[in-house]
Design a protein around this ligand. Structure first.
Ligand code: GRF
Length: 205
């Protein structure tokens, strides 16, 4: 069996991307991060990936959404990608994109995202800061499948964290990001162990 091929999409810092790459490298032959793709030329994630020896693609949205997504689909097909991990990718994917990617994998949904809240609470940007402002007694992290909506896809796994209202926002962010890194790399590992059903890219595409 060939290694599972994973692509990471990210627009920002890339701490989750880095953790996923390091985890994949530790897992050995079973799984590879084939590339990191970003839509932002200035995203620090690009440098992080390159330093770890992972190929990067910059696909900026210069034209309309359809052309942008088609350019991405071409790269995914070229690499025969099995799974996509969104890690701070600041764009929604269209139904057309999701359907095309699923068609290459027995119609299975194999795109996941990580979000720093207990969805459906606090979807969208600045989730940690908004929860902090509300001084919620606990928050957490969600790994979920991706659909067309903003953080609305089927939930795979959630973990809660109790956070002190006296702690700073920076403390909250640090604890939540640490939990994200653990949860996302555990999910990656579950793929490599075959604990999560995977449809490989159908080679006749
Ligand atoms: C993370 O909080 C992730 O949950 C959210 O975007 C952030 C990305 O952070 N979707 P990083 O770029 O991985 O450090």
């Amino acid at each position: 069996m060939r290694p599972l091929r994973v692509a990471i999409f990210a627009s920002g810092t890339g701490s989750n991307a880095r953790t996923l790459i390091e985890k994949a490298q530790a897992l050995g032959e079973t799984l590879e991060i084939s590339f990191v793709l970003s839509d932002k030329a200035t995203a620090p994630v690009l440098k992080k990936a390159e330093e770890l020896g992972v190929r990067t693609y910059l696909v900026e949205k210069k034209l309309d959404r359809q052309n942008h997504e088609q350019a991405i689909l071409n790269i995914l097909r070229e690499h025969r990608i099995d799974w996509i991990f969104l890690a701070g990718y600041m764009r929604l994917l269209s139904g057309t994109f999701l359907r095309q990617f699923a068609l290459w994998h027995g119609d299975a949904s194999q795109i996941v995202n990580i979000h720093p809240s207990l969805l459906p609470a606090y979807p969208g940007a600045e989730a940690i800061a908004r929860a902090y402002q509300d001084r919620v007694s606990h928050t957490g992290v969600t790994v979920h499948f991706v659909d067309e909506g903003m953080d609305t896809g089927k939930i795979i796994h959630q973990e809660a964290l109790s956070l002190s209202p006296e702690a700073s926002l920076a403390d909250w962010k640090e604890m939540i990001h640490r939990l994200e890194h653990r949860m996302y790399s555990n999910f990656l590992e579950s793929l490599s162990l075959g604990q999560q059903k995977t449809f490989y890219f159908e080679e006749n595409q």
